[in-house]
Write a protein that binds this ligand. Structure first.
Ligand code: ZN
Length: 365
């Protein structure tokens, strides 16, 4: 981190700005300044996951990989997944040790981008079953520490419905879907049977970014998670709202990673196009926004989460680490920033708030 990047705003300044429209004007574009500029520790910081009498922090955005999964991806050319330098390593012992060290009570495991569909429907369905069975086994071995979002072999919708039924019946608490599957976005009418199935089970759906169609030209040779992931999340979630999926299926609990990607700074613009230009949408964007859940993966402080909260409130913000794809030092720095951030309205600290929100999100009823 450069000297200029470390000269971030102080906690007092953030406290003054928090909850005001001024925050949104800088929004997530400044989030690349990183999380390590949190200023002096807040007296209400909570280093313990159970501080404040809460139930403990839950990580809703915790990835795993297996040797078989990586081999399957490599076999079709994913040597540098989404332009990242290399595949990460994962094992259950390190997962649990890291959770202990960070005072994380529970993690919800999932497979990240590039997902499980590499062009062949039958192989995708088989790979989804394989990774989901592995996650189910880990959850059964550690039921108080782990849950699981199942992978689906989209864009094969019929197979995705079958696998969703199978995995949710086996104990998965929800599913992870890529922001697009071979260019098919989440508002596509072809996905309606899947949304109906997931809604009937009140499933949680983590919408995870992946490379968009045409990334070969738009990424300009850089890792797609840096920019393309944020734009594709935004595109896909707006499509969910405008197409009416969330209006038709209010039971769905959609989680948007990375502090809502670029939604905090674009939501007013999206609303302007709805109202001022007449772009058809199933419901007002502000209403859609209030249905969504958000996680803190990436660079949540000092800018992104306050910007998100100014647009969407704090009631549906939960913690996400983006392990094992995020370096340990970066995860630790983000947690430090979360613990040192000015407290949200109505809670003593962000850990307490995120833990309480996660209890609501993960309720099985
Ligand atoms: Zn992720």
């Amino acid at each position: 981190m450069s000297d200029s990047m470390s000269a971030g705003p102080t906690i007092n300044r953030r406290r003054a700005l928090f909850g005001t429209a001024a925050v949104a004007s800088t929004a997530v574009l400044a989030a690349c300044a990183g999380p390590q500029q949190a200023g002096a520790p807040s007296s209400s910081a909570a280093p313990s996951g159970t501080a404040g009498g809460g139930a403990g922090l839950v990580d809703v955005h915790a990835h795993f990989v297996t040797d078989d999964y990586i081999a399957a991806a490599r076999s079709v050319g994913h040597e540098k997944p989404d332009g990242m330098p290399a595949w990460p390593a994962w094992n259950i012992d390190k997962q649990l040790a890291d959770m202990d060290r960070r005072a994380i009570r529970k993690a919800v495991l999932s497979i990240s981008s590039p997902g499980v569909h590499f062009g062949d429907d039958a192989r995708a369905a088989e790979l989804a079953r394989t990774v989901n069975d592995r996650a189910t086994a880990e959850v059964r071995a550690h039921p108080t520490r782990l849950d699981h979002f199942a992978s689906l072999p989209l864009p094969d919708v019929d197979a995705a419905v079958v696998e969703a039924r199978r995995a949710l019946s086996a104990g998965a608490i929800g599913v992870i879907v890529m922001s697009n599957a071979g260019g098919q976005y989440l508002g596509d009418a072809a996905l309606e049977p899947l949304w109906a199935e997931l809604a009937s089970r009140r499933a949680i759906v983590l919408v995870h970014p992946t490379s968009p169609p045409g990334w070969e030209r738009t990424a300009l040779g850089r890792p797609r998670p840096m920019l393309e992931f944020m734009f594709d999340t935004t595109r896909s979630v707006v499509d969910l709202g405008f197409s009416g999926v969330l209006a038709r299926h209010p039971e769905l609990r959609i989680v948007v990673p990375h502090s809502g990607a670029t939604l905090p700074i674009l939501s007013e613009r999206i609303g302007l196009f709805q109202k001022g230009i007449g772009v058809p949408a199933a419901e007002p964007w502000a209403k859609t926004l209030r249905k969504l859940w958000f996680d803190t993966a990436g660079t949540p402080f000092p800018t992104a989460i306050p910007a998100l909260a100014s647009q969407a409130g704090t009631e549906r913000i939960v913690y996400g680490s983006d392990s094992c794809w995020t370096p340990d030092a970066a995860i630790d720095a983000v947690l430090k920033a979360i613990d040192e951030a000015a407290p949200p309205t109505g809670a003593r600290n962000w850990r307490e708030l995120a833990a309480a929100n996660a209890e609501q999100l993960l309720r099985r009823d």
